[in-house]
Design a protein around this ligand. Structure first.
Ligand code: GLN
Length: 409
């Protein structure tokens, strides 16, 4: 049986799903937008639906138009011309792309290192493919006065080295990071890269939030560090880029030695991905630059981030200022919940953060995601102190959420 332990338990997204929460609860939980993709992108989707070819199977590699758009858009940021036939793989969301890489490369008992908190899907994606996750926590500098930033969540490189074994096959590096909002520094990535070389690891660079980096912070691609292209696969997402998380279009970028086996896996898992929405994603990437789309999107998210930060500042609770992504961690360890408060059965055995998030959702009317879900059992207590709030919502909604949260005082 593959579905055991954490993978068998009800997932956090369905526990904190709007369907389980009061109707007027503001959803800052699961990371999706309450606004539509840009009209010129949805127009392209409609156009694709009216056209015969994109209504039929795409090539398993992805529609050529999308691969060309990916090559053109991403090529400069990788400092190389990307080969559309051998270095790009379109997937059914970033998640399935990652799954395909695990299927392609993991053998029974191979170890995959991931930093905690980790995006929860990595775990079953690894174990379903015979792999063994190995957890290395980021360490929040909790003794710091006032708010933390992503930089205050640090890697203990001795600990990372100790996590390596002869079975270590891969390391996942998620930057900008979900849920911390950390953007890994060049120095951190160089140290990770050095270990990857020393232990001959594949690197999965989950960079689905690469279009959401704030304060002119530099997003460094680990694939671009010396010697790293050949061992790195970089994961991207149309859902994050174009506010279209339900489209399930993502992509892998990497050397033919990684893309070819991943394509084989992807072909046997989904055969090919949603065709008309690939066409629309292609139009999105083709026109983004001349429309100033991504710069504008960062400005909008910056404003959204400011609204939630302002609410947390007024609240006087500690939080982590994200440098990228659209999540903010709030330290909820001081929250007092009435002792006789009744929680639904599905929270039995879950951490204090699940209870705090449930309480905040039901009594304050704002949903969030408990962060212990992103930790192994042993390290759960680090995550239990935090709730993740998403700011991928319009400003008005975030303001209202911010006002409601003031009653936590
Ligand atoms: N990536 C999104 C988040 O972190 C949604 C994940 C999911 O629903 N599986 O909120």
């Amino acid at each position: 049986r593959l579905l055991t332990g954490r993978a068998l338990a009800q997932d956090v997204w369905s526990i904190f799903n709007v369907a389980n929460l009061p109707e007027d609860c503001i959803n800052l939980g699961q990371g999706y937008m309450n606004f539509a993709p840009p009209k010129w992108v949805t127009d392209a989707a409609e156009e694709a639906l009216r056209t015969v070819a994109p209504n039929h199977y795409a090539h398993p590699k992805g529609r050529l138009r999308l691969r060309e758009a990916i090559a053109k858009h991403y090529g400069p940021s990788f400092g190389r011309e990307l080969n559309v036939e051998t270095e790009i793989q379109v997937s059914s969301g970033a998640n399935e792309g990652q799954y395909s890489v695990f299927t392609a490369f993991l053998e029974q008992g191979d170890e995959v290192i991931m930093f905690e908190p980790y995006f929860d899907q990595y775990l079953p994606s690894i174990t379903f493919n015979g792999g063994t996750p190995v957890y290395v926590p980021l360490h929040p500098n909790e003794s710091k006065e006032g708010r933390l930033t992503g930089d205050d969540w640090t890697i203990d490189f001795d600990e990372l080295r100790r996590a390596m074994s002869p079975r270590t096959k891969m390391i996942i590096v998620n930057t900008p990071h979900n849920p911390v909002g950390k953007v890994f520094t060049r120095e951190e990535l160089e140290k990770i890269a050095a270990l990857a070389e020393e232990f001959n690891l594949l690197v999965m660079a989950d960079e689905v939030y690469d279009c959401l980096v704030y304060d002119d912070r530099e997003h460094v691609r680990i694939a671009n560090l010396p010697g790293m292209w050949d061992r790195t696969v970089t994961v991207g997402s149309a859902g994050k880029a174009f506010a279209a998380t339900g489209w399930r279009i993502g992509w892998l970028i990497g050397p033919p030695s990684i893309i070819r086996p991943s394509l084989a896996a992807c072909t046997r898992i989904v055969f090919s991905s949603n065709s008309p929405l690939q066409e629309a994603s292609a139009v999105g990437l083709e026109q983004a630059r001349e429309r100033g789309y991504f710069e504008n999107q960062i400005r909008e998210y910056d404003e959204r981030r400011a609204v939630l930060i302002d609410a947390f500042e007024r609240l006087g609770m500690k939080y982590t200022l994200p440098q990228g992504s659209y999540f903010i961690l709030l330290d909820i360890s001081s929250l007092k919940i009435p002792e006789d408060y009744q929680f639904p059965q599905m929270l039995d055995g879950r951490g204090q953060d699940f209870k705090a998030c449930w309480f905040i959702a039901c009594e304050i009317g704002v949903s969030s995601i408990p962060v212990s879900e992103f930790y192994c059992e042993e390290h759960c207590s680090i995550g239990e102190k935090y709730a993740r709030f998403g700011f991928c919502k319009d400003v008005e909604t975030l303001r209202l959420a911010g006002e409601r949260l003031q009653s936590l005082k």
